[in-house]
Design a protein around this ligand. Structure first.
Ligand code: SF4
Ligand code: SF4
Length: 267
């Protein structure tokens, strides 16, 4: 398998899948059998204060599936005049150049998932990605950055280099910088939580986790899980994500065990 972010996506899905996942004929789970339920940990409900600073934006090749990339292309075709990149007010020509650059960067790659050929859409990072100094922090070691971070060189149009240029369409791996999806030590359960991790810590992530239920934050996590479910659906993988999403949508705000029997147990 190529070195794009699909391995992270399969890894996350393998922790919430109801069946064993084979990618290119090889098992993609830590354990020998699929998990028998999902634990939503208390940490999942911590408010994640990611301020979209871009420090963790390394030049990884991000991956979409058919239905998750479609809105971008549809938008481009149908709403050319309205094309918006978040709140960043790019002039129309810049938006169009950017949209074209994004479309041109996409490479369709096939992958065999559980014996069935599926399509992945990969945004290729140029091999000669420049090494740059982090904007606003001269003490940081210069390093390669994701091609979709603004360079900030053109101040006349108000571009800051630390903003993601494709923010509304970013792939699922960019949406979950702190959402941890893993399996329990015995491999019996998938675990959903929120946690800082080594790479982000090393890159100077400023996010804080607050012990407070913030409904906007939960809404954004439900949205991310729904997008992850879309990836799973496109890849033909059945997961516990519908049950997890239902629990959260119905107001579940406590740690919980969701089992195959569709039961919810608070703990
Ligand atoms: S696509 Fe956007 S959010 Fe993802 S790594 Fe690149 S700049 Fe960051
Ligand atoms: S480094 Fe931390 S605060 Fe900055 S974008 Fe990444 S996750 Fe968010």
């Amino acid at each position: 398998m190529s070195m794009d972010s699909s391995r992270l996506i399969f890894k996350d899905l393998s922790c919430v899948s109801k069946d064993f996942i084979k990618v290119e004929g090889k098992g993609f789970t830590d354990s020998y059998s699929p998990v028998s339920g999902i634990k939503i940990n208390e940490s999942f409900f911590l408010k994640d204060s990611c301020d979209i600073c871009g420090r963790c934006c390394v030049p990884e090749e991000n991956v979409w599936t058919e239905s998750t990339i479609k809105p971008f292309f549809d938008d481009l075709e149908i709403h050319k005049e309205d094309y918006i990149v978040d709140e960043i007010d790019f002039p129309f020509e810049v938006k169009m150049d950017l949209a074209k650059e994004f479309v041109d960067s996409i490479e369709e790659r096939s992958v065999i998932v559980n014996g069935v050929e599926k399509s992945l859409f990969v945004s290729v990072q140029p091999k000669d990605t420049p090494i740059v100094t982090f904007y606003g922090d001269p003490k940081r070691k210069p390093m390669k950055r994701c091609r979709w971070l603004n360079s900030g060189e053109d101040h006349t149009i108000g571009i800051h280099w630390d903003k993601c240029k494709i923010h509304p369409y970013r792939s699922v791996t960019c949406r979950i910088p702190h959402m941890r999806i893993k399996t329990s030590q015995d491999g019996n359960y998938g675990i959903l939580g929120v946690q800082s991790y080594g790479r982000n810590w090393q890159l100077g992530c400023t996010a804080k986790f607050e012990q407070v239920i913030d409904e906007n934050d939960i809404k954004s996590k439900i949205n991310t899980l729904s997008i992850l479910k879309q990836y799973a659906d496109d890849l033909g993988i059945e997961t516990y994500l519908p049950e997890v999403i239902r629990y959260l949508e119905e107001g579940g705000r406590k740690s919980c065990l969701i089992e195959k029997s569709n039961s919810f147990t608070l703990f």
